[in-house]
Write a protein that binds this ligand. Structure first.
Ligand code: GAL
Length: 437
């Protein structure tokens, strides 16, 4: 018997998704086009029909609600809502109204992301996020969404992981537009951060409706992928230096930008970006934390991040380190904003390590709260197995498994879904939940 770990009243428990990864049929964005190229997706299979969530959302939300979730993170697919520049698609608009109505009906507070990696083709073809015009186009899209959906949404997440998007797409070149140039990656990251600031003001000025009657209208944050970085060899000063450089550009510079108002990005050998847009300072109502893993950094080596032998890893080879969530929360909490865990999870097709890891994550979160970090909620990545970007259908993150070979994309409830349900329903980690590990 152990004492239950209770969470604050009103704590948000739910799952996180993004449109392109679950909906299927997102033919008007840059990812869809990229997926058609041979060799870019593990397993060779593009997003295709994905989880068919575009038409099955109601059943999927019913699963989440039955499991005691009270919140759900999703993204609005820009390329559906504005398939042609300046022209909004009434069918897509009606669809997302239905989606939001279904969430409310199921008692799930929507947390809505406005940019989750995908871009309409027209935006990509006009220079994508390297062009400063993307900031203006995004601002218009956000204004449209705030006016259209503001009566149904209070929790807005402007951009998802600007640092991951920039590095994967413009430095590593494994995501569209497959560029390998650190200077261009920094320019893109800066534009996304600036776009966040613009979106913040638009959402506050256009969305004044308190959708769930809790005394708050728009509450605006962004989602930051916080990797915990450590030197591989404690005795090696160059490993320390390299870890510090990466921590600065990947974590500190990004999370501090909406607080201080200054964008200050640099990597050795790349063109640095430093600017202070007039409207960026103070544009974070909450810090969205995505936490998965730690990188142990090795300097002067062809492979910069190493997982030492014997370390527990997920199906994608990422270290599974639940205690790191406590550290990430303490770091995120330094900025004086409440923290919402917008993603956390494990790629684990057989659900063999996820249950134990989930307990570890929830314990780590409880320790951080006990140390004073104001944590608003926990959104697990993900409700369903889904299209894991360049990993294709190889990374299985769902509380529910999905059979992508079955025409009806059958959902299978994993032990982790039951474990999560026991935690969410009681707003506590109890022995009843622990007994499933
Ligand atoms: C995040 C991303 C999600 C999901 C997850 C698991 O970086 O926001 O879309 O793919 O990682 O890899």
């Amino acid at each position: 018997m152990s004492e239950p770990l209770h969470f604050p009243a009103g704590f948000l428990w739910g799952a996180a998704t993004s449109a392109h990864q679950v909906e299927g049929g997102n033919t008007h964005n840059d990812w869809w086009r990229f997926e058609q190229r041979p060799g870019v997706i593990v397993g060779g299979r593009g997003s295709g029909d994905a989880c068919q969530h575009y038409r099955r959302f109601n059943d999927d939300f019913a699963l989440a609600a039955a499991d005691g979730h009270n919140a759900h993170r999703l993204s609005l697919e820009w390329s559906r809502l504005e398939p042609v520049k300046g022209q909004h698609d009434p069918g897509a608009v009606a669809h997302y109204h239905e989606v939001l109505a279904s969430l409310h009906r199921h008692g799930l507070t929507p947390v809505v992301t406005l940019h989750h990696f995908t871009n309409p083709l027209w935006l990509a073809d006009a220079g994508g996020w390297e062009s400063r015009s993307a900031i203006d186009h995004f601002e218009s899209f956000v204004r449209f969404c705030a006016r259209e959906f503001g009566g149904e949404v209070d929790w807005w997440c402007t951009v998802n992981e600007p640092e991951v998007y920039a590095f994967r797409s413009y430095s590593e070149g494994v995501w569209p537009p497959a560029v390998r140039d650190d200077s261009r990656a920094l320019a893109v990251m800066a534009n996304l951060l600036e776009a966040h600031g613009r979106a913040y003001h638009v959402l506050h000025s256009e969305d004044r409706i308190d959708a769930d009657g809790d005394g708050h209208a728009a509450r605006v944050g962004f989602a930051k992928h916080r990797v915990q970085l450590e030197p591989l060899r404690a005795w090696n000063p160059l490993d320390h230096l390299q870890a510090a450089i990466e921590d600065r550009v990947f974590n500190l510079a990004v999370e501090s930008a909406p607080i201080t108002g200054t964008i200050d990005l640099s990597i050795p050998g790349a063109r640095a970006v430093k600017r202070t847009p007039g409207d960026l300072k103070g544009t974070l109502d909450w810090y969205g934390l995505n936490y998965y893993t730690r990188w142990r950094v090795q300097s002067l080596a062809p492979v910069p991040h190493v997982v030492p032998p014997g370390t527990p890893v997920n199906d994608l080879g990422w270290e599974v380190w639940p205690a790191g969530l406590e550290q990430a929360l303490l770091a995120a909490g330094r900025y004086g904003r409440p923290v919402l865990i917008t993603e956390n999870g494990v790629a684990d097709a057989h659900d063999s390590i996820r249950p134990r890891a989930l307990v570890g994550f929830v314990e780590a979160m409880h320790r951080a709260i006990a140390q004073g970090v104001p944590v608003l909620g926990y959104l697990h990545w993900s409700l369903l197995d889904n299209f894991e970007w360049s990993e294709g259908y190889h990374g299985r993150f769902g509380l529910y498994g999905v059979d992508f070979d079955a025409p009806e994309r059958t959902r299978t409830r994993r032990t982790s879904a039951e474990l999560f349900a026991r935690i969410a329903r009681s707003n506590a980690l109890t022995d009843a939940a622990r007994s499933l590990v």
